[in-house]
Design a protein around this ligand. Sequence first.
Ligand code: SF4
Length: 182
Amino acid sequence: MKRLCVSACLLGAPCRWKGDSKPCEAVQRLAEGAKVRALDAQTARFLSQAEFAEPFSFTDDRGPGGAAVEIVPFCPEVAAGLGCPRPPIELVRTDEGVRVLRVDRKGDVTDALRAACEAQADALARTGGVDGFILKARSPSCGLSSPLHDAAGRQIGAAPGLWAALARERFPAADFRDETNA
Ligand code: SF4
């Protein structure tokens, strides 16, 4: 069975900073009939509130000979305990390298986010690995290529989100996509 780790908001979980979701029809279709199970409690809680573009129910576990795909939804920002809704964050080039800061510059969430992402990577590795990722584009956590800012908030380039970078490092053989080519 193929195993894919997916940004939870693409499945319809209302875990974005504004408290909304970003359902992607292709991702939701993939989840139809799949085994869908979050490995962390925070994402699981938001997943139970997911709204789907079309009515269907996914199967938690189809048992032997069942689903061809297992989907592991993950929201790094709720897993990191950043809350929902929460202040928006962005990637910022600093003297200490690229950090994830609140847009209002009232906090640095890099370490909390990294700890949650490391825990998710460990959980994926421990439970059978992962074949691919479908990640939310342009997110400072999930994006494969996201806006990079200077201290003043000006965009100065692009960089991978923290989860995207860490996942690539931990699972170099996996397939990486975002919702624009899911
Ligand atoms: S952190 Fe990732 S999964 Fe969570 S809301 Fe942002 S883009 Fe979606």
